[in-house]
Design a protein. Sequence first.
Length: 164
Amino acid sequence: MTSDTTAENRRVPIRLRVNGSTESAAVPPRLLLSDFLREGLGLTGTHVGCEHGVCGACTVLIDGTAARSCLTLAVQADEADITTIEGLAEPDGTLSTVQQAFADHFSLQCGFCTAGFLMSIAGELEQGMTEPEIRELLSGNLCRCTGYQSIVEAAVELAGTREA
């Protein structure tokens, strides 16, 4: 039995906007978006933790919606608008409101999960969400350092609610 090296080496052209810049590449059909962002574009702020979509560290915004980049193929993102943690701040380095709230509430420790939390909040947090709704929103992101309370407090402030 011979292997089909043509299929193994096949590449698919993709074009997407990443943090405002148009990027084009020819990628293997099975390349994960997380790997394309990290290795192909050098955007290492998107962390890869569990590689099963459980921890949330790889969360990015795809067309404005939070999504796990470790569960998304790069070819699925063709023609999409991707925002990574590197694209969250202003071009001059001014922190986004989400990043500033995290800083104000000391909502980071080792930092491994931080990008995933920030991107989840940036993509899905809505004005007026209650604390239980915020906790539900954040339940898809795992942190082993903070105990979550300061993260929830930052999100509660951003949502403009103090409801318990």
